[in-house]
Design a protein around this ligand. Structure first.
Ligand code: HEC
Ligand code: HEC
Ligand code: HEC
Ligand code: HEC
Ligand code: HEC
Ligand code: HEC
Length: 416
């Protein structure tokens, strides 16, 4: 009797627990916490924005209101983690959507936790509830730091200033000398001088006498040498300068369309940029995430995209022509600048998102690197590694800590 009772009690509690569990998962509400929304926003921007917008149809549907439209929150979780599994299971809603979107495979996010997806939904819901704002025209936003171009020419500006300064000093010297001469003349006029001496003193200054004078020759030689020196220095500062280099690529890929109009994150394609030295050029697989569906472009028709499909089918990598290239003797690391330094791509590469064809924007010379290291404050916020350095620095200097102060001008940092 007691046994039977405990057994059924056990069953009962199990059922209750199970019901509670299912209930709690079904009734999960989408958070309105700012922390969840902002976590969701960064996840969305990094993973979904390539294909989805909240209010706008892109490669995938606009996600506004998806929490009301989709069969359930659990369905959304399952779909995001592995959409092809949901589609293969014969789910009606998923298949209808899949066909509507020309059988475009959504990327599987199998490593996502439920919490991540809930945060994304929190962000989407917050955006849904907001009134739709008109999307800003791509490329109109001020690009990260257009200051780089002006910074790049600083060394030669310095030289100009020095040169002009020298000329001003020379002119001042000549004026002072002129005064001295006339003062001396007046003084000597009062004295009793021999005829010979008088002749020298009262000899007028003519153009001929000026050009023959050693002072004039000195000034001319000095100016010529100065200008020559400046030209040599300018050349040294611009070894291998290729500003504006914009070769024709094997496929007419446009950053203006992809990074500008479609607002695909640079890191979606240049995956190495936060991880290591090289930013890396995307493999054809990344293009195929979208172009197995997007078969023709507005301006280039099908031809260009057929090249992508061909490269993918034949497994032959696309031979992009390299634009930015430092000589082997110099070492440059992207993640140091982008992840640690917090420098925007556009500071060095210019407004890439407005370019149909990429062109080299900066000098990429040693003078250019050093100039920026002299001027740029170290981004020490939230980086405990720098705390001690910053404190040491502020004890000795009043100005903020520059890259120069952490060794950014040491030859060995940039040369192997
Ligand atoms: C490579 C492009 C791509 C990426 C990246 C992508 N999606 Fe999708 N998504 C799609 C497509 C296409 C569909 C339409 C269904 C289909 O074709 O499978 C879709 C459908 C959906 C749906 C169902 C929409 C509805 O109307 O019911 C949800 C929800 C969704 N995606 C969420 C996400 C989230 C969250 C992310 C980021 C973590 C993401 N997607 C990233 C392409 C993508
Ligand atoms: C996130 C989705 C996505 C990815 C990834 C992507 N594209 Fe595209 N691409 C598109 C869309 C959408 C269009 C159509 C734009 C239009 O013409 O309106 C397009 C258009 C094009 C065009 C035609 C441009 C025109 O309008 O004439 C070319 C060429 C192209 N892509 C090449 C590439 C290459 C190469 C890659 C890989 C490095 C790539 N795409 C990666 C979405 C993508
Ligand atoms: C859809 C994928 C995609 C996106 C998004 C993208 N790029 Fe690119 N990028 C490429 C491809 C493919 C190339 C090589 C072909 C070329 O030069 O146009 C390239 C080339 C470049 C180059 C020149 C590389 C060289 O050879 O020196 C730079 C610099 C660059 N991208 C910066 C950016 C920046 C900055 C962004 C974000 C604003 C961005 N890219 C977004 C695909 C992409
Ligand atoms: C501090 C300046 C600077 C910043 C910031 C910067 N780059 Fe570069 N980038 C360079 C230099 C210098 C090169 C040439 C590197 C070489 O030849 O070793 C380069 C080369 C590249 C290349 C050519 C291929 C490669 O892997 O080196 C790509 C693509 C690229 N950058 C993309 C980006 C993207 C995307 C960002 C932003 C996330 C970015 N860069 C930020 C200076 C910068
Ligand atoms: C737009 C400004 C800018 C330009 C241009 C630039 N850098 Fe930097 N660089 C930085 C910043 C900011 C840091 C500091 C990053 C950090 O906090 O570690 C840095 C750090 C470095 C470091 C590490 C220094 C150290 O002491 O740890 C090296 C090496 C370096 N840069 C090399 C280069 C080379 C080579 C070039 C030119 C091809 C270059 N940089 C161009 C801004 C720039
Ligand atoms: C912030 C990084 C950086 C620092 C610090 C730096 N260099 Fe450079 N250096 C470069 C880069 C980048 C180039 C390649 C420039 C080019 O090709 O125009 C270069 C080029 C050179 C060249 C020219 C080589 C040639 O092929 O013509 C010499 C020589 C040189 N550096 C010596 C030095 C010496 C000596 C120091 C220390 C006083 C130093 N560099 C410090 C980045 C740096």
């Amino acid at each position: 009797m007691i046994k039977k009772f405990t057994a059924s009690a056990c069953k009962f509690t199990l059922v209750v627990v199970f019901a509670l569990l299912t209930f709690s998962t079904n009734a999960q509400s989408i958070s309105t916490e700012p922390a969840a929304i902002s976590a969701g926003e960064s996840l969305f921007n990094a993973n979904c924005k390539a294909c989805h917008r909240v209010h706008q149809k892109l490669v995938g549907p606009a996600l506004a209101g998806v929490h009301d439209r989709a069969p359930s929150i659990d369905w959304i979780k399952a779909f995001v983690k592995n959409s092809s599994k949901v589609i293969a299971s014969g789910d009606e809603y998923a298949n209808k959507l899949y066909n509507e979107y020309n059988k475009t495979q959504m990327t599987a996010f199998s490593s996502f936790k439920d919490e991540d997806i809930m945060n994304i939904l929190a962000y989407v819901k917050a955006e849904t509830d907001k009134p739709a704002t008109p999307t800003p025209t791509p490329g109109v936003e001020p690009a990260g730091g257009a200051t780089a171009a002006t910074g790049a020419s600083l060394p030669s500006e310095y030289l100009n200033v020095i040169l002009i300064g020298m000329i001003v000093i020379l002119i001042l010297l000549l004026v002072v000398l002129g005064f001295l001469v006339s003062a001396l003349k007046r003084f000597l006029d009062d004295k009793q001088l021999s005829e010979e001496d008088k002749e020298v003193v009262s000899s007028t200054i003519t153009v001929g006498s000026i050009t023959r004078s050693s002072g004039f020759i000195f000034v001319v030689v000095f100016l010529v040498a100065g200008l020559g020196f400046k030209a040599v220095i300018n050349n040294l500062f611009s070894i291998g300068v290729q500003i504006g280099y914009a070769p024709k690529q094997p496929i007419a890929f446009s950053h203006k369309i992809h990074a500008g109009q479609l607002e695909i994150d640079c890191k979606y394609c240049h995956v190495g940029v936060t991880k290591g030295k090289s930013a890396t050029i995307p493999t054809v697989n990344i293009c195929m995430n979208c172009h197995n569906q997007v078969k023709s472009g507005a301006t280039t028709g099908e031809g260009e995209i057929a090249k992508i499909v061909k490269a993918w089918e034949t497994k032959k990598p696309i031979e992009w022509i390299r634009i930015h290239n430092l000589p082997d003797l110099a070492y440059f690391n992207h993640s140091q600048h982008v992840s640690v330094g917090g420098v925007e791509c556009q500071t060095c590469h210019g407004p890439i998102e407005t370019m149909d064809v990429v062109r080299q924007h900066s000098l990429l010379t040693m003078g250019w690197c050093i100039d920026c290291h002299r001027k740029t404050d170290v981004n020490s916020k939230g980086n405990a590694y720098y705390d001690n350095l910053v404190e040491l620095h502020s004890q000795s200097k009043k100005t903020p800590m520059k890259v120069e102060d952490i060794g950014g001008l040491e030859c060995s940092k940039c040369h192997y």
